[in-house]
Design a protein around this ligand. Structure first.
Ligand SMILES: Nc1nc2c(c(=O)[nH]1)N[C@H]1C(S)=C(S)[C@@H](COP(=O)(O)O)O[C@H]1N2
Ligand SMILES: [Mo]
Length: 320
């Protein structure tokens, strides 16, 4: 999501600077970045606030239901190569990414900026991306250059990059020290939000009622389709329930475009009789993490990966 406004950038004037605890400061134009070694990778980005509006009491922020996730093919140059060229100095511990967008948040005027531990920043799949699905980045996705950190919640993938600073101490800016923390009250320091917890979502079968959103499904067999992802490992298993989570059966897993992208799944269902059903799905990853039936509440409404619930009413068969 976008905290402030989308900045207007003239690609002719724009440059990325790299500095801080490095032996050589760098300044690169967009063309120079595009002529470096490039990698194209399918990556799923989920906003840490996805599912926030389902928590009670509802945390005060963007009221996402389940729509704040997507997958794209990102093309860019590995951050690692750039950091190696700049020469990271001995005492360095973090890398700070500063962006062009500005705003006021928590009473502080700021530019959007977040840091990553050096070990994470040096992972080979971390990209400085200038293209999305084969096209230059659209303005809303970070034109001309953004960070893409596979496996982490979306706030880590800083858009509209302006500067990269290698630090020898923890970054204490708003988006790091106050935002994106798992805590129960504002005076608690809390734990930083990092990797995406496993989650599966289904395409709700049937058709919705305009006002109530209750879904009606024609009788007969149906294949329920969905996607699942995790920032902790690959998705090993997806299970589906038609009775609100009392009984579960295995979904078939489909291909995964890359280790960092969601995996498709499908489940064949033939409701035994007309009436009300509650469909649920849950994923398990290779690190053994699953999805809870109910997520623990936190002040920011972050990282809610509780199982999705979709109520459907299976209609009576029409008599001939
Ligand atoms: N500069 C900047 N980068 C940013 C943000 C922002 O507001 N400003 N929002 C972050 C958040 S909260 C998310 S979820 C992702 C969303 O990326 P997308 O719009 O490409 O899906 O961008 C991240 N990068
Ligand atoms: Mo987000």
């Amino acid at each position: 999501m976008i905290h402030y406004d989308i900045p207007v950038v003239d690609p002719g004037d724009w440059r990325l600077s790299v500095g801080g605890q490095v032996s050589r400061e760098l300044s690169l134009s967009l063309d120079e970045l595009r002529s470096r070694p490039s990698v194209t990778l399918a990556v799923t980005l989920e906003c840490a606030g996805n599912g926030r509006a389902q928590l009670s009491p509802r945390p005060l922020s963007q009221p996402w239901l389940l729509e704040a996730v997507g997958t794209a093919e990102w093309t860019g140059t590995p951050l690692r190569g750039l950091l190696e060229e700049a020469g990271v100095e001995g005492g360095a511990t973090e890398v700070l990414f500063s962006a062009l967008d500005r705003g006021v948040e928590g009473g502080e005027e700021q530019q959007f900026e977040r840091s990553l531990p050096l070990t994470e920043a040096l992972r080979e799949e971390v990209l400085l991306a200038y293209a999305m699905n084969g096209q230059p980045l659209p303005p809303q996705h970070g034109y001309p250059l953004r960070l893409v950190v596979p496996g982490w919640y979306g706030m880590t993938s800083v858009k509209w990059l302006e500067r990269i600073n290698v630090l020898d101490r923890p970054f204490e800016g708003y988006q790091q020290a106050r935002g994106y923390r798992l805590r129960q009250s504002p005076d608690e320091q809390g734990e930083p939000v990092s990797r995406m917890l496993p989650r599966s979502l289904m395409i709700p079968p049937g058709i919705p009622d305009f006002a109530t959103r209750e879904r009606t499904l024609a009788p007969g067999p149906v294949t329920v389709l969905g996607r699942a992802w995790s920032g902790f490992g690959s998705v090993e298993r997806v299970e589906v329930s038609a009775d609100g989570g009392a009984g579960w059966s295995e979904a078939r897993l489909g291909p995964q475009p890359s280790r960092w992208a969601w995996r498709s799944w499908e489940w064949d269902w033939e409701p035994a009789e007309p009436g009300a059903y509650e469909l649920c799905c849950r994923a398990t990853d290779s690190a053994g993490n699953g999805q809870p039936l109910e997520a623990p509440w936190n002040l920011g409404g972050y990282a809610n990966n509780e199982v999705q619930r979709v109520s459907v009413v299976v209609a009576e068969a029409r008599s001939a």
